[in-house]
Ligand binder design. Structure first.
Ligand SMILES: Nc1ncnc2c1ncn2[C@@H]1O[C@H](COP(=O)(O)OP(=O)(O)OP(=O)(O)O)[C@@H](O)[C@H]1O
Ligand SMILES: [Mg+2]
Length: 209
């Protein structure tokens, strides 16, 4: 399965979800590759900060040819996660073309909901060439029990993609884990952040089948 985390809006959680989903998928024994398709190289920074044994491979590929190279580079892996770039449209387009399923993180904010239009357009363009491409939103940085947290689902319903039922709450452990190049489950295996990531991974796998 090739999962692309895309959204041209910056700071929505593409990298955070990429590393944690890759970690979650590799926990089941699957061989996982994380492709950093962002020139900022944040996923590579995450890997460089890590002192623990690697649990999946990370490579940088910030080129508009990801979709052409992925067959070669992804050989021998069960799952590939692509951490997409903000802004740069040609790189995002290539990452979308490379993916079986695109996961679009959005924060519960009207700005994020409006900005999602751009990535929705790119995915719809890609579907002209790749009809089977699947796409779904995932709400990230939800603040528990707020009206805006509930409204975001309603607002996203205006777009032609579904919103995953599982979402990820705003929690400081995501930044704390990233600082050490760890996944949240490596900090607290039974924590709420880890179980939310597990739930997103499980729902995504089901959705992508
Ligand atoms: N669920 C969360 N709880 C708390 N902090 C979070 C959460 N998700 C992301 N963050 C924080 O928000 C910031 C942006 O997240 P991240 O870098 O994953 O976004 P991005 O979409 O990859 O950004 P860019 O577009 O720059 O690549 C980071 O500081 C990250 O630690
Ligand atoms: Mg990023």
């Amino acid at each position: 399965m090739i999962i692309g985390l895309l959204n041209q809006k910056g700071g929505v959680g593409k990298t955070t979800l990429s590393v944690n989903l890759a970690a979650s998928l590799s926990r089941t024994g699957a061989r996982v590759l994380l492709i950093d398709a962002d020139p900022q190289g944040s996923a590579l920074d995450w890997a460089a900060a890590r002192q623990a044994e690697p649990i999946f491979s990370v490579v940088g590929l910030p080129r508009a040819t990801v979709h052409k190279e992925i067959g070669q580079i992804g050989q021998g892996y069960d799952h590939i996660v692509i951490d997409g770039p903000p802004r740069v449209t040609d790189l995002a387009r290539s990452a979308i073309m490379a993916a079986d399923v695109v996961l679009i993180p959005v924060q519960p904010s009207p700005y994020d909901i409006w900005a999602a239009e751009e990535v929705v357009k790119l995915i719809e363009e890609a579907r002209v060439y790749k009809e089977i491409l699947k796409a779904a939103f995932v709400v990230n940085r939800k603040i528990a029990n707020t009206a805006i947290g509930r409204d975001v689902r309603e607002a996203l319903a205006a777009y032609p993609f579904q919103v995953l039922a599982s979402s990820v709450t705003q929690r400081v452990v995501f930044a704390e884990a990233a600082a050490q190049g760890l996944a949240v489950h490596e900090i607290d295996q039974n924590g709420s952040a880890a179980s939310e990531i597990e739930a997103v991974a499980a729902e995504l796998m089901e959705f992508a089948r």
